[in-house]
Write a protein that binds this ligand. Sequence first.
Ligand code: ADP
Ligand code: MG
Length: 312
Amino acid sequence: MDHLVDYSFPSCEHVEGDAIKVYVRVRPPSEGTALTDGDQGLCLSVLSTNTIRLHSKPEPKIFTFDYVANMETTQESVFSSVAKSIVESCMNGYNGTIFAYGQTGSGKTFTMMGPSDSDNFTHSLRGVIPRSFEYLFFLIEREKEKAGGGKSFLCKCSFIEIYNEQIFDLLDSASAGLFLREHIKKGVFVDGAVEQVLSSAAEAYQVLTMGWRNRRVASTSMNRESSRSHAVFTITVESMEKNNEIVNIRSSLLNLVDLAGSERQKDTHTEGLRLKVSSVTSGGGFLSDMLSCPIPERESARFCSLLFLGSG
Ligand code: ADP
Ligand code: MG
């Protein structure tokens, strides 16, 4: 028997608060630069969970963010405040993106992945990406149990790298460069990127590890520098629920991004080009001021709409 299919797309009006939140994490100084005089040698102080004071001259400046993590804030706590609600929203059919922005060495990969390349999934210091996998599949199992077999989920992932105007598929190291395309229903997407089905967090780790390794191999053999590339891991979560004669299908994306270093790329011809975030996001004015990434002008707006799909 045919079922009615109800593709429900929640509207952004139902999202609580702002669609874009900005968090700041203050990392501890590197080893060997330990401070002996308390906060005196630091360029900033954390005043509260959402304000910092920059010790600028002649006047100090105070900045307010949605949340400030200080040097003692744990990976677990960063995950809870930054990512948990985005993963939950993804389960409810909203698209979400988490990325870390900052100079090379500021702790983006530490925050998103963890302290080392090899053991980022069992390590107590594992980052936002592995924790998001764990939480997503925990929520999926819980939903399935609650629905008593009436609800099923399909998770797929892709993993791409954007380096110097080109898009590479980290799940298919043999593939040539890929292109962004625009589809009337899907919006902006990477054409031809491999999609791998995921059924557990462990599988997600495996795929991520494989792609990460490809990224490193490519960076050595192709003379690419990974601090200059963006790595985008996208999970598509599709749920199907039968309600008498009606089938409800929901689909959402979760983009987990290890962004290139924000320093200017002096010796590439992409120097100074800025992400045009403001054109695709509501709170973009602030972000576009902040972001200066090596993404070609003509691609940048589309790249942003890829990452910010449904959030603006
Ligand atoms: P990025 O990806 O921004 O270039 P990394 O994440 O590689 O920077 O961080 C540079 C170094 O600093 C790494 O050795 C990392 O383990 C360490 N590090 C970064 N942030 C923290 C932190 N919050 N606590 C402890 N070590 C950190
Ligand atoms: Mg890094």
